[in-house]
Each structure stands twice: as structure tokens, then as C-alpha cells.
Write a protein that binds this ligand. Structure first.
Ligand code: FAD
Length: 429
């Protein structure tokens, strides 16, 4: 054996690196890629900087947010959310239910009537029912359900509701005010967000990775239990440890282990997730600096959202220019993931040119990236399948952490919170 550490962390994304930091770096982080960051990496193309879908920093927990911002040092900005929804032929302020007066009068009437007639006390069995009980039929049919179909790539009636309580309920008073044109905000915990001044969201990773015990280019492929710990290897070098923490997707982790019961592998194989295609566009004017993001429920347009990277920070575009990243989800194996880059760029431009104010010939840089693991999907069997896999991993004594490690739809602050909790548990053991 060539290297030993008290704890080995597999994966050098935000979760793995923050866990290392909370363990005072008394560990080893093994990362498959040549640079750490995972979903928090940023990419430069012809002077434009893009994230994997536009990553903003926010949290309900101020202490946690301060920790994250501390890793950015002075390299940070605070911005006000200005998200819009492109609905039919116009912009509606996000969240939709807080700007009903912007709709055509008939649409606004349907939304308000639906909201007033909703079955607020109903017990929903799936996301569609939840949407109708919480927001009413008008808001659900016009916006929420079409938008959710686009993100999850499956009908909302096939999505579970165990997680939705974290979505705030709009007060009746706000919805009525919004329908008659009195301004309300909604979702105020994201009203202001933070973002690096330069370097995209990867600047956060650079702050965190500084001094971390990190081995890049180490794609773990084999994990073996030893008498008092674990041996971990990428097929070449072998590392030993007492504690093992994984941020890998469960099926990838199981593929490294021996003796996995068939029922556990099958349950992991039934977990559902989506990939994402990112179409990154830079334009030779500053038109993409007046909004943070535009949500696009229209099923005829490919992207479900575009994020204006140059609104997050003007540092994301060269002087006089601006940029956006369009997000298109796809289930693994979807032929769209194999589509030609030039076709994806052309099609995205057709779909967003009007609403983003981009004229032919104004695009000065364009690039496509495909990210295999983007969104955990909470299908109706999620809890049962996840339960089987994680009960077995817990029996083996393998710790898990992060969005893919835990197979939970976690944002950055929640990844860091879970990493902090795991570090405390490991230190106390
Ligand atoms: C489109 C999109 C937009 C998002 N926007 C936001 C946002 O605005 N705000 C927010 O808070 N959060 C956002 N998130 C969520 C955020 O990106 C994640 O919560 C976070 O980055 C997850 O970090 P992680 O370390 O858990 O996982 P990952 O980032 O996936 O890290 C896992 C790491 O493991 C490595 N790895 C994989 N296999 C192996 C192997 N065999 N051996 C060694 N290493 C391996 C990978 O290379 C990777 O570096 C967004 C996510 C997506 C997809």
C-alpha cells in the first residue's frame, strides 16, 4: 500500500472539498478529473465565463452562507434576483404567482379563480396534485406543470411529493395583490444572491481547494474492506484508510465494491436522474445584463431556462459583450444528448433569440457541453429504491456526502451543511 489517511473522500466537488476542510484537511480527497469542482466548475470560451447552468450562492442559514462566502474572500458580489418567466409573448416576474397582473386578463382571471377555488387542505399523492392543491388549476396548467415537465422530462403525476414542503406557500393576500397589480416579491430568501466577481462559481472551489490534500486524475474503480478500514484504488495506486466517505453516484460507488447483493444493485439501477445540455452563447453587445434568468415553460422551445452569466458578474464577459447559458435537460440515453453541437446551437438560438433580444450575426462565441449527472429525479419509487441502497451502504460503514453521494436534490449550501454534519460525526467517533 502506498498511502494512508485517517479518512478518504472520493470526489473533489464542493461536498468532498468542504468535508476535507471541516476535517481540518486530515484526510485525502481523490478526484477523477484533472481539476476539482465537479458541478461547480466554470468554463472559459473566447473570454466568456460560464457555469454549469448558472450557480448562485444563497442560504436560509446565515452562518452557513458566511462560511461559503468566506471561501471566496474579497472576490464576491451581491446581486438582486431579477428572474423572469417568458409566458406566451411577454415577461412575467418570477415567481409567477406574484405577477399575475402581467398576464393577459383572461389568463390572470383563470389563475386567480383557480387559486381561490383550490383545495388547500388536500393530501397530494404526486407533484401534479400538490401543484393543483397548493396553487390551483390555472397557475398549474399554464405554468407550473409545463415547466416541471420540461425539467424532469416526465409528467408531474410521476414525481413524488416527499420533498415539496420546502417550497414556500404563497399567502392568499399576495396572490390577490399580484392579480390586481400591487407589487409583492415572494421567495425572499433568494432575493439577494452572491456570486464571485471573477472566475465564475469555480472561484469558490479554488478558495476551498487551496491547501487541500487533493489527488487529481484518480478515478476510483475498486474499493475493498480490510480488517480495520478500507483499501481504495484507481487500478494503479492503492490508498488505505479507516473511514471512507463517498460523493459518487450510488451506482458508480456500488460498481467499485464486491459482494453487492443483487437487490441493492437493482434498486440503484432504478434510481432516476437527468443529464443536462448547456448551450453557451456570447454576444457582441450588453443586452444580456438586465435579468438574472428567464424561465421558459413553453414546450415548443428546447431550453427550460437561460441564465444571464453577465448579470451574475460583468466579469463573465469581455468589455462591451454579454453572455448566457441555456439549459436543456435530457434523461440518460435520450438521442438529444447525441445531437450535433451546431444543430443544438442553431436550435437554441431560434428558441431564445426573440425573448433574449439576440439578432442574427450578434453571436460571437458559442459552445455546447453535456453534463451526464445534473438532476436527481424524485420519482414515485425514489424513497423505496434509495432506502434499499443506503441501508446496505450504512451496514458496510460507508459514509456518503453530497448531491450524488446522498442521491438528494441538494444545492450548494445544503451540500456544505451535510459535509459539516458528517465531519462532526467522524470527529466524534
Ligand atoms: C444546472 C445546475 C444548476 C445549479 N445551480 C445551483 C445554484 O444556483 N445554487 C446552488 O446552490 N446549487 C446549484 N446547483 C447544485 C450544485 O451544483 C450541487 O449541489 C453541488 O455542486 C454538488 O456538489 P457535490 O460535490 O456533491 O457533487 P459533484 O459536484 O458532482 O462532485 C462529485 C465529484 O466526484 C468526482 N468523481 C466522480 N466519479 C469519481 C471516481 N470514480 N473517482 C473519483 N472521483 C470521482 C467528480 O469528478 C466530481 O468532481 C446546480 C446544479 C446544476 C446541475
Amino acid at each position: 500500500m502506498s498511502d494512508y489517511a485517517e479518512t478518504i473522500i472520493i470526489g473533489g466537488g464542493l461536498s468532498g472539498l468542504s468535508l476535507a476542510r471541516f476535517l481540518d484537511n486530515r484526510c485525502l480527497v481523490l478526484e477523477a478529473e484533472e481539476r476539482p469542482g465537479g458541478l461547480c466548475r466554470s468554463f472559459e470560451n473566447q473570454g466568456f465565463t460560464y457555469d454549469i447552468g448558472g450557480h448562485i450562492l444563497f442560504s436560509r442559514d446565515q452562518g452557513l452562507l458566511d462560511t461559503l462566502l468566506g471561501w471566496l474572500g474579497d472576490n464576491r458580489l451581491t446581486q438582486r434576483r431579477n428572474n423572469q418567466i417568458w409566458f406566451r409573448d411577454r415577461f412575467v416576474k418570477y415567481p409567477f404567482e406574484n405577477d399575475l397582473a402581467a398576464l393577459d386578463k383572461n389568463d390572470a382571471f383563470d389563475c386567480l379563480m383557480g387559486f381561490l377555488a383550490r383545495n388547500a387542505g388536500g393530501k397530494p399523492a404526486n407533484l401534479e396534485e400538490w401543484s393543483r392543491f397548493r396553487f390551483g388549476d390555472g397557475i398549474s396548467d399554464k405554468y407550473l406543470l409545463p415547466y416541471n415537465d420540461k425539467i424532469w422530462k416526465r409528467p408531474a403525476r410521476d414525481i413524488s411529493v416527499h420533498w415539496v414542503e420546502r417550497i414556500p406557500s404563497p399567502p392568499l393576500e399576495d396572490v390577490v395583490k399580484s392579480a390586481i397589480g400591487i407589487e409583492t416579491e415572494g421567495y425572499t430568501h433568494q432575493l439577494n444572491f452572491h456570486y464571485p466577481r471573477t472566475g465564475g462559481i469555480e472561484a469558490l472551489i479554488r478558495g476551498l481547494a487551496h491547501g487541500a490534500p487533493l489527488v487529481n486524475g484518480c478515478r476510483v474503480s475498486r474499493i475493498k474492506k480490510t480488517g480495520d478500514g478500507w483499501e481504495v484504488s484507481d487500478g494503479g495506486r492503492v490508498y488505505g484508510c479507516r473511514n471512507l466517505a463517498s460523493t459518487l453516484a450510488p451506482w458508480d460507488l456500488l460498481a467499485c465494491l464486491e459482494g453487492v447483493p443483487q437487490a441493492v444493485s437493482q434498486a440503484a439501477g432504478r434510481l432516476v436522474y437527468n443529464s443536462i445540455i448547456l448551450v453557451m452563447l456570447g454576444v457582441g453587445h450588453q443586452g444580456l445584463m438586465d435579468k438574472s434568468a428567464v424561465y421558459i415553460p413553453d414546450p415548443e422551445r428546447l431550453p427550460h431556462r437561460v441564465c444571464y452569466m453577465s448579470y451574475f458578474s460583468a466579469g463573465n464577459a469581455p468589455r462591451g459583450c454579454s453572455n448566457l447559458v441555456a439549459e436543456i435537460t435530457a434523461p440518460p440515453g435520450d438521442p438529444l444528448l447525441q445531437a450535433d453541437d451546431a444543430w443544438l446551437i442553431e436550435r437554441t438560438l431560434q428558441d431564445v433569440a426573440e425573448l433574449c433580444g439576440i439578432k442574427p450575426g450578434e453571436v460571437v462565441a458559442a459552445q455546447v457541453r453535456r453534463i451526464p449527472y445534473a438532476y436527481v429525479v424524485y420519482d414515485l419509487d425514489y424513497l423505496a429504491n434509495r432506502g434499499k441502497v443506503y441501508a446496505w451502504l450504512a451496514e458496510q460503514g460507508i459514509q456518503v456526502c453530497g448531491r450524488w453521494g446522498r442521491f438528494e436534490y441538494l444545492n450548494m449550501d445544503q451540500c456544505v451543511e451535510k459535509a459539516r454534519g458528517l465531519a462532526r460525526a467522524l470527529k466524534a467517533a
